[in-house]
Design a protein around this ligand. Structure first.
Ligand code: MTE
Ligand code: MO
Length: 316
């Protein structure tokens, strides 16, 4: 077991009460102990949705609103990852053999220092920390997930966007032989996403390389994916191979498919319903009753200012 994935300091910029911080350290220790058996389980012939003794435990961790993190089993067995299948429970078994190593991420476009990073370079070079974020899917379910990773800003600072760079474009790996969903001609593969540069530089925006103190599981976008917690889940693109700084707003996968349903910004907004799903409430996976959806998924204090002067009913 490679221990460099296990020692994950809390990101320095994170504001966390000391008691929570300490319980996180205990949690990371516990996750480290569980890691050996989890690795063995990953080699077993079948993935099962049954909680097992070897699954990493949450140890009472909560987000900053006091909501408990979802179980490792829920987070890794209920997924949207259309490259494999549109069946949320099917992603885990279908992605089991996906090869997330070796892996490189090409960072280029309008930057002074374009560079192709091996995943090991990224893990070594950028301080790995833990962030507990809510993920709100546009299908009106949500989860609380303890991610590990680093801020996208730390990577962008190193490649130095030029003054012409206004947006960041992300692209998922294209491997139809390993990802059967990509054989469907209906979808505009490869999956792509985009952020405005100031959104990309916001301290909340992560490149996540793991969760629950484990390297990123395949169903969640191994080995590296974006996490933008104030936007609908589909903005958080998985298994990234390319990051490009560009001058114009880039095309995105879901906007290409159905522009009336999925805007470029896609900030979580209970006041604006999706044509097929109201966005006023959501079901937290693992709970029975619905809860109110919060503007910007509860992260308004950190990000609402990015949209000053914009009409978010129009620029959805
Ligand atoms: N490449 C890629 N990224 C993707 C998706 C996908 O189908 N392909 N699904 C998105 C959607 S709709 C959601 S809700 C989140 C789900 O992330 P999770 O499975 O880790 O919870 O991933 C997003 N990232
Ligand atoms: Mo989603």
């Amino acid at each position: 077991m490679d221990n460099k994935y296990k020692s994950v300091p809390v990101l320095p910029s994170e504001i966390t009460p000391k008691s929570l911080y300490l319980s996180r350290r205990d949690f990371i220790k516990a996750a480290g102990l569980a890691a050996g058996s989890a690795l063995l389980a990953a080699c077993a012939p079948q993935v099962t949705a049954t909680p097992s003794a070897s699954a990493p435990q949450a140890n009472g961790q909560t987000d900053e609103l006091g909501d408990p993190v979802n179980t490792f089993e829920d987070i890794t067995n209920y997924n949207n990852y259309y490259e494999f299948t549109t069946d949320k429970q099917g992603v885990a078994p279908m992605s089991q053999k996906f090869a997330s190593s070796p892996w490189t991420v090409e960072v280029g476009g309008l930057v002074n220092n374009p560079k192709t990073y091996g995943i090991e370079d990224l893990l070594k070079k950028f301080t790995q920390g833990e962030r507990i974020y809510r993920l709100r899917c546009v299908e009106a379910w949500s989860m609380v997930i303890p991610w590990t990773g680093f801020t996208l800003a730390s990577l962008l600072k190193e490649v130095e966007p030029t003054s012409d760079a206004k947006f960041v474009r992300f692209e998922t790996v294209y491997r139809p032989d390993e990802m059967p969903g990509q054989k469907s001609g209906f979808y505009p593969w490869p999956y792509q996403e985009g952020l405005r540069l100031d959104e990309a530089m916001n301290d909340l925006t992560l490149l996540a390389t793991g969760l629950y103190g484990e390297p990123m599981p395949n169903p969640n976008g191994a080995p590296i994916r974006l996490v933008v917690p104030w936007k609908y889940g589909f903005k958080s693109i998985k298994s990234i191979v390319k990051i490009e700084l560009v001058a114009e707003q880039p095309a995105t996968f879901w906007n290409d498919l159905a522009p009336d349903e999925y805007g470029f910004y896609s900030n979580v907004n209970p006041a604006r319903s999706h044509p097929r799903w109201s966005q006023t409430t959501e079901r937290r996976i693992g709970e029975f009753s619905r809860r109110a959806t919060l503007p910007f998924n509860g992260y308004g204090e950190q990000v609402a200012h990015l949209y000053d002067g914009m009409d978010l009913m129009v620029e959805y």
